[in-house]
Design a protein around this ligand. Sequence first.
Ligand code: ATP
Ligand code: MG
Length: 798
Amino acid sequence: MSHFDEDDAFASAAQTSLSARAMAARPQPYLDDLNPAQRAAVEALDGPVLMLAGAGTGKTKALTTRIAHLLNVGKARPNEILAVTFTNKAARGMKDRVARLLGQTVEGMPWLGTFHAICVKLLRRHAELVGLKSNFTILDTDDQVRLLKQLVLAADIDEKRWPPRQLAGHIDHWKNRAWTPDKVPAAEASAFNQRGVELYAQYQARLKELNAVDFGDLLLHVLTIFQTHKDVLAQYQRWFRYILVDEYQDTNVAQYLWLRLLAQSHRNICCVGDDDQSIYGWRGAEVGNILRFEKDFPGATVIRLEQNYRSTPHILSAASGVIRANAGRLGKELWTEEQDGEKVRLIGHWDGEEEARWIGEELEAMQGGTRGMRPMSLDESAILVRASHQMRAFEDRFLTIGLPYRVIGGPRFYERLEIRDAMAYFRVAVSPDDDLAFERIMNTPKRGAGDKAQQVIQRTARESGVSLLEGARLAVSADMLSGKAKGQIGTLCQQFDRWHDLVRRPDQSHIELAEMILDESGYTGMWQNDKTPEAPGRLENLKELVKALEQFENLQGFLEHVALIMDNEQEEGGPKVSIMTLHAAKGLEFPAVFLPGWEDGLFPSQRSMDESGLKGLEEERRLAYVGITRAEEACTISFAANRRVYGQWQSALPSRFIDELPEAHVEVLTPPGLYGGGFGAAGMAASAAPQIMGMEGSDLHDRASRADVYNSPGWRRLQSRATERGMSQPRETRNQVIDLDAVSAFTEGDRVFHQKFGYGLIAAIEGDKLEIAFDKAGTKKVVAKFIVSADAADDVPF
Ligand code: ATP
Ligand code: MG
């Protein structure tokens, strides 16, 4: 229950005018930090205000200052301000900033938060008005799908053809548009084999019986209460004397209607946003909401901010250049007083691994200060990716070289559900006794082995003193499982026998085997049949996992690698580079930003373009704009010329957004390893190959000819630009080729150096794993190729 004291809140309203005069005399030093336009936005306390301005112009700063000002001059008490932000992190940040501006902690402000957080509180107070009890449960996506599945089955619908998750998608979409079952328009009648709307109504009824809501309901129920109980609405209209909304361009229809109802009477609503940063259309956001603000609130004070305080001129011009290609924008020109600064750097790499390697080296070098720039801590840097599967290459690389990182807004790659599942399959195939792994996947995908069957298998294994896999086999042959489980678990046991045999066959490609395991087990199929928005991302992560295998000789080596790097990874307090998606980076800023993977299909995302055509492409372009404008001092865009998809090299074209970058603001860097051959395609092909660090020689011969790639249109485009600008001079590189033969020649007792752990003595050698007693870090197992001899360490400038 909320701790909000209603009487107290209303009493304060009467007192405000009295106290206002006294409080208006308080010092307002925070106003001095604002430019005139921001100040106007802050001081126009009453009536509707719209701040529609580009990135980094101080919208959030002005909004926060406005809250401080409202409190300081006594216009409102903390619990009379409704302030909506996009994430919980932003809400916390805003509260802290208000406190700093006022020089005191701010008590209360229960209504500063995300739409969800605010609506939970409201709904708990009025649950009975929509037939719920105030202790209702909030279902997560899994619960939601389980419930829908029951309804789909009861309706005699083939769940294979019409997966419940697809229905969940429709329902979310309808809720975002504020359509209760009776309001879903006729045009949607065909959804989910004509049964969607009917099932939606059943689902809502069932939720009520269970005293439960899903996320979409939080807002929708409160909206329904406001629409049907005018007295309740009137109470909150009085209560929330001032309403403030950040990132208004990304509100959906339901949120918009909710805000409009609350602001209708006093019209004290201040919304800030940027139409160029609307990036949640795919989740129902309507950029139209911000564009029609003046129509909804006639006489609104509209403030446009044009001075950018975040980025250097080159970064700003590059971002403006890209977004200019979008049609139908309001169009804003940004300027900055800053004079100096680096151009946006553009670099193409051979593949994603090389891109990750290069960025890792840049990050390390930046800490000491490079290219005339000040030294930058890892905390000041961020890598912003379009798709979360791109994170894998970075995480792998950073774990290997011991570069601390954090993933914002999601689990790290090897901790993701689908990756853990897939790894569990590989583990059992390699070691059939790995019970933990078998337990994880024996009923994923569903094999009819529910809790009861699993208990039978566990008991059988325990009593016979064998592994779970063997226990399962015994339970099957002794007919201890029900029909479906017996058949499917029996098949799984046979499959593991075969995969285990193949693991030991030297002529069996481990990459093909991994794909075979994921396909034959039905694991890939499970996600292919899954129609939730996350499913395609999970499939991409699985592909990425298979890609990671290519650097290892066999499955076992790979599993060890993951176990080792995860084991060595400890939560340390020091600075870390942030890795996150472009979506999660909204509203944030970093001195140095890396934007990797600018390749057509990846960014702009093919899926987004396929699903939404030009609209999708424009949303992608806004995402590019959001990405570049996160950077304060340094922005580096990169792409890989190749992606390996299921063992096949495919040349990728640089993103079309790269062509949209204004040339005057971009510096094209020479890819690492390209020395001496100039920028000509043949020269590149000839000179590049031997320089690729960590690539075993034989592997290079398996690859498609590099010349093919360098003859691709994207490379030619890049090359001609660089040549025009006379930028073909190779830059000094820190990439050094570590002699792998020398590494494997280590013997016990050798003194060696590791980038993260420092100096140490080799205590034991097992294949390519070395057990090393480090002087400072203690004894650890590390992969040989990341070790150099102590003598050589001085010559290798990491
Ligand atoms: P975005 O569109 O990316 O959300 P924004 O418009 O909300 O950006 P802010 O995050 O508020 O911009 O501000 C960007 C940076 O500029 C912040 O570091 C902020 O402290 C600084 N800033 C804003 N206004 C001023 C000002 N008047 N003087 C100096 N610095 C300012
Ligand atoms: Mg902002």
